[in-house]
Design a binder for this molecule. Sequence first.
Ligand SMILES: Nc1ncnc2c1ncn2[C@@H]1O[C@H](COP(=O)(O)OP(=O)(O)OP(=O)(O)O)[C@@H](O)[C@H]1O
Length: 408
Amino acid sequence: MSRKSPFNTAQNIFTDRDVFDVEGFQPKELIERDEQINEYASALEPVLNGWRPNNIFIYGKTGTGKTATTRYMLDWLRRDIEDHNEAGDDEIDLSIVYLNCEALTSSYQVAVELLNELRDEHEQVATRGHAPSDIYNWLFEELDEIGGVVLTVLDEVDNVGDDDTILYKLSRPEIENATLGVVGISNDFSFRDDLSAKVKDSLCEKEILFPAYGSEELREILFQRAEKGLHADAYDTAPVALSAAYAAQDKGSARQAIDILREAGDIARREDADEITEEHVEEAKGVVERGRVSEMIQGLSPHGQYALHALAIAERRDETPIRTKDLYEFYGSICNQHATDPLSARALRDHMSEIDLIGLATVDKKNAGRAGGKYKQYDLDVKVDRVVEAFAETDAVEVDETSYQSTL
Ligand SMILES: Nc1ncnc2c1ncn2[C@@H]1O[C@H](COP(=O)(O)OP(=O)(O)OP(=O)(O)O)[C@@H](O)[C@H]1O
């Protein structure tokens, strides 16, 4: 065994790499979100008098600070209530239940998860096998028992899809001892539009939009992290500005901007460089994009992957934007290669909407007037090479490279 350790802990670049951990690090100050903070504050303020807050629906694309701002608001709310209670005024009893619905695909699952969150470990219920009415009754019994104001935050709530029962139940509670408020967070714009009318009325008492960031804003967000996490002489304006510009050109996502700068730092470190250069950022951008694309591909169902693969073929053949019926042919031949029956054209459209939602494609609704009717067309939203590379890396779907050239 070699006596030399394989680890290199010398640090010219980072003073604290954890500052670039997008999920784990919560900044004390949020850049350029004053408007959203004010709106959020006015919706939650009634809690500070012990009253029911407005139900709030937060929406905006990925990486626009919805979760970070929510955490920031909840921290302040807890702190202000503590001060209020310590001052000996009428005690306010606030409980906050935060749930990320990423892996929860129905209202039933969210209700079970919430119930288990509220119950102690000996009273947990199984995720299957109970009547939904029992689950809701038990949930409301728990909430009633907690009492006071209970604020439930459902992050990534769009995962429940069409079934918005839980939102209806939580936003119109009829329980005796507790006052409930609900915050729903979503990056799916159509989820809000598709909510049933009764849920829309009650959940969206207050709606707050988080727009994508521009490069100036991203630059500030990155400087905030760089000051905390990088050696002062390991960076200057150019690489930071370039990371911000790349992310702004793409989705305007702070998550992506931070990932690029962190990756650039890692590359600089691996090269034993003293500072991050624009070349490092350039390389980092490719790494981050590839990682993002493969992660998203792995998250798609097999038919979602075939649909994306079909779109990549159309792009390679210069046939994008492409309409559903034409895309369906490519999709059909890919299913063929995988010895699977293709789903219906409608299912293909649904898969394309999902792919649009995660940012790999764009769906455009077109109206060709009386003669042509309405139709949808699709375009790839990332470089086709990134998709091909990602398919090649993941073993999820084997890509037959020749299908890019062949006539179908
Ligand atoms: N205004 C801001 N100031 C400082 N940091 C920010 C700001 N907005 C976002 N960030 C940081 O960017 C990262 C992504 O933000 P966040 O998770 O809040 O986005 P999101 O809108 O909830 O995205 P998603 O929909 O993908 O969950 C986090 O690390 C967050 O701290």
